[in-house]
Design a binder for this molecule. Sequence first.
Ligand code: PSV
Ligand code: MN
Ligand code: MN
Length: 424
Amino acid sequence: MQIEKYKIDEHNQSMLKEHRRRFDFIAAGVSDAEAILKKLIDFQVAIPSWALGTGGTRFGRFSGGGEPRSLEEKIEDVGLLHALNRSSGAISLHIPWDIPGNPAAIKALAAQFGLRFDAMNSNTFQDQPGQQYTYKYGSLQNVKKEVRRQAIDHNIEVINYGKQLGSDSLTVWLSDGSCFPGQLNFRQAFQHTLEGLQEIYAALPGNWKMFVEYKAFEPNFYSMTVGDWGQSLLYASKLGPKAYTLVDLGHHLPNANIEQIVALLLMEGKLGGFHFNDSKYGDDDLTVGSIKPYQLFLIFNELVEGMDARGMDHARDLGWMIDASHNVKDPLEDLLQSVEAIMLTYAQALLIDRKKLVATQLANDAVAAQEILQNTFRTDTRALVAEARLRAGAALDPLALYRNERVREHLVKERGAGTVATGL
Ligand code: PSV
Ligand code: MN
Ligand code: MN
């Protein structure tokens, strides 16, 4: 299933008059609309291969039908999203869920859709059929050398797949930790993990980055061996200049000040990338911006401020990825909503009057600072983002076009109603 360009043009034509009216209104109030539009067009968010099927919980999984049955179909789905919004120009793979049988052919297929391969993800949090040693008591932290060896070798294998696909980063998320006090020697677990990461780091090609993703809890509920940004930063600092911390928005303890974490990691040159999602409780993997949009705005505020302070390229110098999948929505519609939420919030952060904000800070004027941030947060950036899409050749309203074209119905017809994508 593909959406032809003429369908997008027809859709845009039907909405153009109303769009112009809304865009002219917001553009009139923005001093550098053209510069902002360019940044929005450049900004791309990678789609995780594991979000293309319905997620699940330990209480069940309810497949939505028409889910991709192979890596090729996952790439087609991301190609579809990218055709609709031109902001999803990359896919992030998880091995072994997405082993590319013929990497050259997979790379060529992705290129046909204008997609590149973002960070490769390793998986030492599940046992796979035929695997020699179990990860029940952890992978890189394991007290048994042979288990650690197996986990290191798996990560090196993932790098090798990534090299063939043209990826340039590896995300390591470890479920390692302990469920009960006394189960683990914390120092030894850290040392083993560090040694393992060092071997993996040594296998990285020169231009690659390693992202060390942290998570406060789950599946281990007493300690996590990469449990917070402090631990991640410790590993990344000891590893070297190619290692960075990855922030997944769902991986913090309640009420953590994520925007401050982001600011400090950026200051240290150690922020590598993001897994966007939203949650009310913790790692709920809900649609970006669906629960705490103001928090997302405050995070983007720090991102834009910190990246500009370091002269970083917004679109290229960090890894922007979604990591979300849940039970009730059509996964493709959900991803369109997530990308839209990211773009709207990024656009808002670009609109913040930095000079005025600094002046309020120097004057210790908390009221004025709040006014600046909240006035900007309340600015409707939808027409700006839609204009960026229009100029990039995408749809003014991707979700409406997706529904009008009955994409899910077509996918179910093509692939069947009972398909279940590989992944969690
Ligand atoms: C773990 O909760 C996580 O956020 C990691 O990024 C995994 O790779 C991903 O979810 C999929 O399980
Ligand atoms: Mn994640
Ligand atoms: Mn997670």
